[in-house]
Design a protein around this ligand. Structure first.
Ligand code: GLU
Length: 467
């Protein structure tokens, strides 16, 4: 029943969407989208002290940039607190949970004594089997009656079979004495109510899974499939730090990585499909599976990221590439493209897109499009515009006045012109390049001439010739 797949991404809005979170979201998105399933978003904002609307906004923006669209409305966990409480009370009514009146001091005293006697310090509440008629009129928490014997076995799609002795698990609190539900309860109730079939998340949550399973079992709810994925490490194999690239995804956007390249790279970060490095979204959706996820932490590799990004820029459709460049300019507070420049850049993409790995590089190579007349040559280009070269430029111009403006025709005119003067075209290229772009490195002279059109080309030649 592949159509019933439901995955979710459940970030805590306490900071930006970092690269690990983005990868978790991507894995869930790919798994669902590849199976005609649903990908849901839940904001785990129960920690009121640490959750902020700014962080929620940053997460939504990051997901949007990455193109990871979710089904339905984003759900706020905090707003579902009544429902979480209802489940705790239901477990209480079923006798699967109990009221515990032990105070913090009593719990501490229990632990101290246990330590002294060399016993497990996991708290064992004296109220677990107490007769309700003995209950005092005092504050209490509601605890889950966890199995005391046997094992909790997590059949994890990535980690394999993980067994945890039930004597390692205490009777976890479900509702605090002020009536607020704990996070662990909220996760299970939400996942159940949202119909989540597959929980794909960081392996820092593996231990939580054992506790969460206790709630599923007590409620008689079917367990989701679990896949706990290893963390991402820095290039040196150490835990990811800010220095390593543990940045918010918006910083990757600001560095000019295209979203498609980012998705490709993040998919490869901990997951593999044979030797495939470069692939499209369609291929990733088709191929992505839980058994391709590795057990050991993946290492960030910026070279690989850039390389993949370059390949994605090269295969991108011009219209979507142009839209993404505009988004990049806006995200980095650069001036927006005028309609004329936008059209010209769109026309130039054919000769730029297989030469850039990230957007700043593409924009740098598109300098001839962005430049305004009269073009100020840089130092190297200046050398190509000496008196002799300027003379050649003014001689050439009339030959282009009536030439038909196609690549073949232009090549012919130039070659004939060069030959007549006993010059190699290479000799001509430097001054032409300098006149058109103000640079010594640029796309091919013919490509630039086609993009700029006759009028602008001749005007730039004239400017340089008379400069
Ligand atoms: N909110 C948790 C986190 O941001 C994820 C919980 C989960 O996926 O179950 O790490």
């Amino acid at each position: 029943m592949t159509s019933a797949v439901v995955t979710r991404f459940a970030p805590s809005p306490t900071g930006y969407l970092h690269i690990g979170g983005a990868r978790t979201a991507l894995f869930n998105w790919l798994y669902a989208r590849g199976r005609g399933g649903k990908f849901l978003l839940r904001i785990e904002d129960t920690d009121r002290e640490r959750s902020t609307p700014e962080a929620t906004a940053a997460i939504l923006k990051g997901l949007d940039w990455l193109g990871l669209d979710h089904d339905g409305k984003a759900i706020s966990q905090f707003e579902r607190a009544d429902r979480h409480r209802e489940v705790a009370l239901d477990l209480l009514a079923q006798g699967k949970a109990y009221k515990c009146f032990s105070t913090q001091d009593e719990i501490q005293a229990f632990r101290d004594a246990a330590k002294e006697e060399g016993r497990s310090t996991l708290f064992q509440s004296p109220w677990r089997d107490a007769d309700p008629s003995t209950h005092p009129d005092a504050p209490y928490v509601i605890r889950l009656k966890t199995a005391t014997e046997g094992q909790t076995i997590i059949e994890d799609e990535v980690q394999g079979t993980v067994k945890i002795g039930n004597d390692q698990l205490d009777d976890m609190v479900l509702l605090r004495s002020d009536g607020t539900p704990v996070y662990m309860l909220a996760v299970v109730v939400d996942d159940y109510d949202m119909g989540v079939t597959h929980v794909i998340r960081g392996d820092d949550h593996l231990n939580n899974a054992a506790r969460q399973m206790g709630i599923y079992t007590a409620m008689g709810w079917p367990l989701p499939v679990y896949a706990h994925i290893p963390l991402i490490h820095g290039p040196d194999g150490k835990k990811l730090s800010k220095r390593h690239g543990a940045l918010g995804v918006e910083e990757y956007q600001a560095m000019g990585y295209p979203a498609a390249g980012m998705r490709n790279y993040l998919a490869r970060l901990g997951w593999s499909h044979g030797d495939d490095e470069f692939f499209t979204d369609e291929q990733a959706k088709e191929w992505f599976d839980l058994n391709g996820i590795g057990k050991s932490p993946a290492r960030l590799d910026f070279k690989k990221l850039e390389n993949l990004c370059g390949q994605h820029i090269a295969i991108a459709e011009d219209a979507s590439l142009l839209a993404e460049i505009e988004e990049f300019l806006a995200a980095t507070n650069q001036p927006a493209l005028s309609d004329a420049k936008k059209e010209m850049l769109g026309n130039a993409l054919f000769c730029l897109k297989d030469r850039a790995k990230i957007f700043p590089e593409l924009i740098e190579k598109a300098a001839f499009v962005f430049a305004e007349r009269p073009i100020a040559p840089d130092e190297k280009a200046e050398k190509n515009l000496d008196t002799v070269s300027r003379g050649i430029l003014s001689e050439l111009t009339p030959h282009l006045q009536n030439a038909s403006w196609s690549r073949d025709a232009l090549e012919e005119v130039m070659n004939t012109f060069a030959e007549a003067r006993g010059l190699k075209f290479g000799k001509l290229a430097g001054p032409l390049r300098a006149a058109l772009s103000g640079r010594s490195v640029s796309p091919s002279v013919f490509d630039m001439m086609i993009v700029l059109g006759r009028e602008e080309t001749l005007a730039r030649f004239n400017d340089a010739a008379n400069g």
